[in-house]
Ligand binder design. Structure first.
Ligand SMILES: [Mg+2]
Length: 343
């Protein structure tokens, strides 16, 4: 039986104890808990050799960096500040002490750059390399989650999408992705400043980071908010490198994942205020669609038709990515050739 990650958690949630102090339980980017008069964000994520990376693709330093950054991105998605880090690694005998030191340095560097302290961890022997980071962050006053989006809210996204997934695709094919694409995968930058600004100004109604793919993560936001979304394929922000190397395929941007950009909703009247943050937070922000009543995510092509998206993101538990409708999406991208290149 093929059990998806989402189905697994959906079945597990009702059986988990939720005691005093749990403000936001499972089902969001972080848990939010109260201790004394403060609230904290908690998140954890694992990078597994063979599932998320192959050793030749990433230096030990970059692996450490990445292990921290993907967790920091979940803290960003709830508007928080990373503070305390625990690291747990499973290390094969073939992994050298020097490599392990570099891995630790990567984590320390990424954590140090955003003011987080590495306060402990665990090391075990195993057959494949695995790095788990657990991150505790300071919560903002606004209890920002994936829920809270309303029909009529605008859907916005930071940065550009698809670069990381395209880099992994090229690596899997034995190629060498362009440096600009590879860096987007190997050294993701959590959008902490943007998340914090949105929360402090109470501009966003709902937020999630793009880890599984735009369409799938927007689906998570819609389900948590009890709404539907309509986005326009031609407004999805793409980098120049993506346009140059994607061969006209849009589905790395729509469904690829591992972008670690922030996807959020704001009331229509607040769109100018959200867009005005771009310079302050150092990344582009684009409106790509809006929330409507109903459920599900619809992606419109340039002629206003609905794209048939049977590919809906990367599920680590499922056997493989599905790229069944790549042809239709490629045709759509080709017809939208006047799109503006970002970055
Ligand atoms: Mg997330």
């Amino acid at each position: 039986m093929e059990l998806s990650e989402f189905e697994f958690f959906r079945r597990l949630f009702p059986h988990l104890p939720q005691g005093k102090g749990v403000v936001v339980g499972p089902g969001h980017d972080c848990a939010r808990v109260r201790s004394g008069n403060r609230e904290w964000l908690l998140t954890t994520d694992t990078l597994v050799e063979g599932t998320h990376f192959l050793r030749p693709w990433l230096s030990p330093f970059a692996l450490g960096w990445r292990a921290f950054a993907v967790n920091a991105s979940d803290i960003a998605a709830m508007g928080g500040r990373p503070r305390f880090v625990l690291v747990s690694a499973v290390v094969p005998a073939s992994y050298s002490a020097a490599a392990l030191t570099q891995l630790e340095r990567g984590i320390a560097k990424a954590a140090g750059e955003v003011g987080a302290s590495v306060v402990g961890g665990n090391l075990a022997r195993g057959r494949q390399l695995e790095v788990t980071v657990t991150l505790v962050g300071e919560a903002p006053r606004q209890r920002l989650t994936r829920g809270g989006g309303q029909p009529g809210d605008a859907v916005l996204v930071s940065g550009t999408l698809g670069d990381a997934a395209l880099a992994v695709h090229l690596l899997k094919e034995g190629g060498k992705p362009a440096g600009s694409l590879f860096r987007r995968w190997a050294r993701p930058q959590a959008r902490l400043a943007l998340g914090q600004e949105l929360a402090e100004r109470r501009l966003a109604t709902a937020m999630i980071d793009v880890s599984d793919g735009l369409v799938q993560d927007l689906g998570h936001l819609c389900r948590a908010s009890g709404v539907a979304a309509v986005i326009e394929a031609s407004r999805v922000p793409l980098s120049r490198s993506y346009l140059r190397h994607s061969g006209g395929v849009l589905d790395f941007a729509l469904s690829g994942g591992e972008d670690y950009e922030l996807l959020f909703t704001v009331p229509a009247a607040e769109v100018p205020a959200a867009l005005a943050l771009q310079e302050r937070v150092g990344c582009t922000i684009r409106q790509i669609g809006e929330l409507v009543a109903g459920d599900g995510v619809r992606v419109l092509d340039t002629s206003g038709g609905v794209l048939d998206l049977r590919t809906s993101g990367f599920d680590h538990f499922a056997k493989r990515r599905r790229h069944r409708d790549r042809g239709a999406i490629a045709r759509n991208l080709a017809s939208g050739s006047k799109r503006r290149a970002e970055r």
